[in-house]
Every structure is written in C-alpha cells, then in structure tokens.
Write a protein that binds this ligand. Structure first.
Ligand SMILES: Nc1ncnc2c1ncn2[C@@H]1O[C@H](COP(=O)(O)OP(=O)(O)OP(=O)(O)O)[C@@H](O)[C@H]1O
Ligand SMILES: Cc1cn([C@H]2C[C@H](O)[C@@H](COP(=O)(O)O)O2)c(=O)[nH]c1=O
Length: 207
C-alpha cells in the first residue's frame, strides 16, 4: 500500500534538477518528513549498474529500442527495490528524472512511441506515476551557460542543440496534457526562489 508522496523533477540538461533535489530534500527533512532522494537512471544497486551501461561509451552504443529497454529495466529495479518500499513506510521519494524522461528522450528525441514507452512502464514498474512532477524550465542560453560552467559531458548529454530544443518542447507538451500532476517552475530564478516555488506547490500535503 502506498502512503508516502512521490515527487519527480524533470527537464533538460543543466536546468538545476540535482541542485533542487538536494534543496527540496533539506526543506522537507526540516519539516520532519522522511525523505528518500534518488535519481534515474539509478537509485538501486541493479539500476546503478545499468546506468553505467547507458552513460558510458559512444553516442551510437545502443540502438533506440535497446536503450528504451535498458532505461525501463533500470526503472523497474529502482521502483521495486527503492521507491515502493519507501512509499509504503510513509517516506517521501524525491526523484531526479523518471518515466517522463524516457517519454521525452527515447520518445520525443529517440523515435519510440509514447504508447510503447508507457507499455514498458506498465510491465516493468506496474505503471507507477508520481503524485507531482516539477518541470524545471530555463532559457536555452542559461542552460548552456550552466553546463559549460560545470564542464562535464557524458554519453547522454552530448546531443546536439536541436535535440535539446525538441526535448524542451516534448516536456512542455506532456505537462500541458496532465496539468493535475505537473507544475511548471521557472528555474532561471536564483536557486532559493526555485525551491520556494516548488514547496508552495506541495503545501496541500505538508504536515
Ligand atoms: N538557480 C540556479 N541559478 C544559477 N545556477 C544554478 C542554478 N541551479 C543550478 N545551478 C548550477 O547549474 C549547474 C547545473 O545544475 P544541476 O547539476 O543541478 O542541473 P541538472 O538539471 O541536475 O543537470 P543534469 O540533468 O545535466 O544532471 C550547476 O553548476 C549548478 O550549480
Ligand atoms: C531517466 C532517463 C534519463 N535519460 C537521460 C537524460 C540525461 O541525459 C541522462 C541522465 O543524466 P543526469 O545527469 O543524471 O540527469 O540520461 C534518458 O534518456 N531517459 C531516461 O529515462
């Protein structure tokens, strides 16, 4: 039985998801909420092993279908071993990316249909969806500046600029079709303001 809250952060590269995951975790913990902060791909021993397969190597290491299956397999293990047990004991799970990243990257960017991504998710993760998903949006020039300042590029992050633009459009489209779950957050703002905006969107569930 699910008792906790499941919150995901989504968006393109460098929009501040990891930064905000840390800040939101601290803000919730300060309200005496047990928080499990996790990420995808990864978040369990098996899923972290699959992450290495996905993140290392050349851009064409996997064909589109194999890549979608690997993300879905990592997610299935993460959901079964980390997310569901945490929710069942009443913890809040904050996750940096989830199935919506597969829908945007392998779907919008990689050509797999949304129906196929969701079918894999129904089988692998029994269709678990977040209670709330924050879409962090940043102007493309600011995201590029943040990534350049950070200075790292892995296999998944080394895609061209038009790919990043398609991703942003796909995320916005998903958010528009499911407004009860998604909240758009202006992540161009200073980090503390971004955290405050997310907390405000969780107020109904806070103790
Ligand atoms: N609101 C902010 N204003 C200015 N800089 C920020 C802000 N949030 C994050 N940053 C900086 O931008 C960079 C990228 O942030 P972060 O790693 O949190 O992004 P991310 O969305 O998790 O990226 P990725 O998806 O590539 O892992 C970091 O150097 C971080 O310190
Ligand atoms: C969950 C998930 C992730 N990706 C991509 C998105 C990013 O390029 C990387 C993850 O890197 P991060 O720095 O940890 O955000 O993987 C994807 O293509 N599909 C997915 O389902």
């Amino acid at each position: 039985m699910i008792r906790g809250r499941f919150i995901t952060l989504e968006g393109g590269e460098g929009v501040g998801k990891s930064t905000q995951l840390r800040a939101l975790s601290e803000a919730l913990a300060a309200r005496s909420i047990e928080v499990v902060a996790t990420r995808e791909p990864g978040g369990s021993v098996g899923a972290e092993a699959i992450r290495t397969l996905l993140m290392e190597g050349s851009d064409d290491r996997w064909d589109a279908r194999s890549e979608a299956l690997l993300f879905a397999a990592a997610r299935a293990d993460h959901v079964a071993r980390t997310i569901r047990p945490a929710l069942a004991r009443g913890a809040w799970v904050l996750c940096d990316r989830f199935v919506d990243s597969s829908r945007a990257y392998q779907g919008g960017g990689g050509g797999i249909t949304d129906a196929d991504i969701l079918a894999l998710h129904r089988f692998g993760s029994r269709g678990l969806l977040p209670d709330r998903t924050f879409l962090l949006t940043v102007r493309p020039d600011e995201a590029a500046r943040r990534l350049a300042a950070r200075g790292d590029r892995d296999r998944m992050g080394s895609k061209p600029a038009d790919y990043q633009a398609r991703l942003a459009a796909r995320f916005a489209e998903m958010a528009a079709t499911e407004p009860q779950r998604w909240r758009l957050i202006d992540a161009d703002l200073p980090a503390a303001d971004v955290t405050a905006a997310m907390l405000a969107e969780l107020i109904e569930w806070l103790p």
